[in-house]
Design a binder for this molecule. Sequence first.
Ligand code: PLP
Length: 383
Amino acid sequence: MKGLKRRAILQPMDTRAYSTWLEIDLNAIKNNIKQIKSMTGTEVMAIIKANGYGHGVFAAAKAAAEAGASWLGVARIEEALNLRAVGIQSNMMVLGYTPPILIPEAIQNDIHVAIYDPDMAQAYVSYAENVKGRLKAHLKIETGMGRLGMAPELAHDFLYAHKDHPKVVVDGIFTHLARADEPEADSAKQQLAIFTNLLAQLKKADLLPSMIHAANSAGVLNFPEAYFDMVRPGIAIYGLDPSPETKVPGTFRPALTWKARLTSVRTLPPGHGVSYGSIYITSEEERIGVIPVGYGDGYRRVPGQQVIVKGKLVDVVGRVCMDQCMLQLDTIPEARTGDEVVLLGRDGDQEISANDLAARWGTINYEVLCGLADRLPRIYLEQ
Ligand SMILES: Cc1ncc(COP(=O)(O)O)c(C=O)c1O
């Protein structure tokens, strides 16, 4: 939890050096996590898988630890090992599958793994035999997600068999909610009933692991009964809504803005094609701008898009290329090469949110964020 050894990774950089970049407000992430902590009163495992939902995993990890998240959750062990390699000391957990061959690394790097299958546990134990120390694990229970999880009826015997085990300590138990973003549906309540029944049985048998957790962001927002000892928010720590039905409070702040610079502004004559396939043809003299953003950056190749230039929405015209796309700038005569353009975020009175892009692209805000390409420089703002 002590932050980074190599702080240089997070040094603010000069945006004049970039033609397109992401600005990430680490104070927004910290503010969102602090609010979650005070809402729930529990420990927080900040979910920073998939490069911190596109925000940059190292900065997200540092901000989370500074805001009081005592755990970091990732999907794969490589993600956790990379965090350890730069000196991040928080409690860390791999939520998905860990290949048995990497169990020695998990032990040596003090990384918790998820166990959800007795055979898997056996394989883990055999790899753990080769190193000093005990593997730390949380047992994942299937309560209705239909993804990873041990059937509740197997949990008692599993925990009994691993009580005081010389090579494994199961110090947590958790489940995952499939429909926590639908407050009216009974699904989450049913899952929680299965989970709490099991917890009661395990408690009676003196087999209950010390750390219990279930709530993702939507669980945090809709189901206080899912808080237990720790919550596992992802999307909400970045200030975004889990779904259209479940929104974060207005006091949460989105952390990410995507900007670019105009790399060309010129007037094309009437009847001039713009971009591949010439699906857009100027109807009169038109001012056409270029920004160096394309599907190679995670911007989708769909028609009907807009960006913000000098506080005004303008149309993206013609096909989006791999690294560039074109803008119709007739309404912004003052626009010049080098001026900033906002693709995602706020500029003046206009805003294009991750939800707006998701609606445009026929997907969810999570996918918009995770699709932001690695090549986009991440610039960290932290007053
Ligand atoms: C097991 C688990 N917990 C928590 C989360 C965080 O979910 P959210 O981003 O919806 O808060 C995820 C994300 O997919 C997850 O897989």
